[in-house]
Ligand binder design. Structure first.
Ligand SMILES: NC(=O)c1ccc[n+]([C@@H]2O[C@H](COP(=O)([O-])OP(=O)(O)OC[C@H]3O[C@@H](n4cnc5c(N)ncnc54)[C@H](O)[C@@H]3O)[C@@H](O)[C@H]2O)c1
Length: 272
């Protein structure tokens, strides 16, 4: 259903790799709601991904940028404002990657070069993106910046590995930069803490199937899907949430406030 919530709004969407990506679903829905945007991803993901199909479908242009490289981000922001014809109203940072997770290194046996790389991609890239937007004064007043995160930033999920630390750092950047963006430019900055979701990044986590099944049984509303995450993100891009900022917003079917559910308990009750 379309409400024209984003009519006339211009944005940048990071991180659409394939049709499972949360950023992909968000781009489709932003398009349905009347928003225009440029798509961006790391040059390597362009070759692997299907981003061209999404660009065609949504009438958008693609500007490659490695989100760890400030010069790429500067080029992205300059080109995006040119192509879209004005300042940016919304930005989605939907980027995450841990080299330790990819290589199967245990949390107690990290390679710190990998740790630094994953931190740069997953967390510092959010600061870099905002710093470029801030310095170039590229955001419209009452614009909205959203990054995606996971509850391992607050609670222990052992196999989430160093991504837990990266997400904690990312959420902190949202608050710290959000202060300056709010005060100086009237721009809001929030993170959405999403349920486990079957995407390329999600499935890279060891034991993901168990993870997702457990969360489903714990959450009174069940896990939130990528589609539903896109819907929620749209509300944060719209003018209906202008005074929401510096928040980490749980979009997880209620999981984050649960202790135990009947369904999970039943798995431990001995059958007579
Ligand atoms: N899938 C889940 O279970 C889940 C749960 C909560 C939060 N999240 C977060 O949602 C976001 C999107 O992930 P997803 O699940 O849609 O997976 P995804 O694999 O589809 O998206 C991750 C994206 O990050 C991009 N990326 C990696 N390195 C980059 C770089 N250097 N520069 C620019 N882009 C780069 C990838 O190309 C990819 O498009 C991530 O921040 C992820 O941590 C995912």
């Amino acid at each position: 259903m379309s409400y024209n919530l984003l009519k006339g709004k211009r944005g940048i969407i990071f991180g659409a790799l394939d049709e499972h990506s949360i950023a992909w679903k968000t781009a489709e829905k932003v398009h349905e709601e009347g928003g225009t945007f440029v798509l961006t991803n790391a040059p390597i993901a362009m070759r692997m991904g299907k981003i061209k199909d999404l660009a065609e479908k949504t009438g958008s242009e693609i500007i490659p940028a490695d989100a760890t490289k400030v010069e790429d981000l500067e080029n992205l922001v300059e080109k995006a404002t040119e192509i879209l014809g004005g300042k940016i109203d919304f930005v989605l940072h939907s980027i995450g990657m841990s080299v330790n997770v990819r290589k199967g290194n245990h949390y107690t046996d990290m390679n710190y070069d990998f740790t630094t790389k994953g931190w740069d991609v997953s967390a510092v890239s959010f600061h870099k993106t905002m710093q470029v937007l801030y310095k170039k004064d590229a955001m419209s007043e009452w614009g909205s910046i959203v990054a995606l995160t996971y509850m391992a930033a607050q609670r222990v999920f052992p196999d989430y590995n160093d991504m837990a630390d990266n997400k904690a750092y990312l959420e902190s950047i949202a608050r710290s930069f959000g202060y300056f963006f709010g005060k100086d430019k009237k721009v809001r900055v929030n993170t959405i803490s999403q349920s486990p979701t079957p995407t390329t990044a999600g499935q890279g986590v060891k034991g993901f199937d168990g993870f997702i099944a457990y969360a489903e049984k714990m959450s009174p509303l069940g896990n939130a899907t990528a589609d539903e995450c896109a819907d929620y993100t749209l509300t944060l891009f719209s003018d209906l949430t202008k005074k929401v900022t510096l928040q980490n917003l749980y979009h997880d079917g209620g999981f984050s406030n649960m202790g135990v559910s009947q369904q999970v308990m039943e798995a431990f009750v001995e059958k007579e």
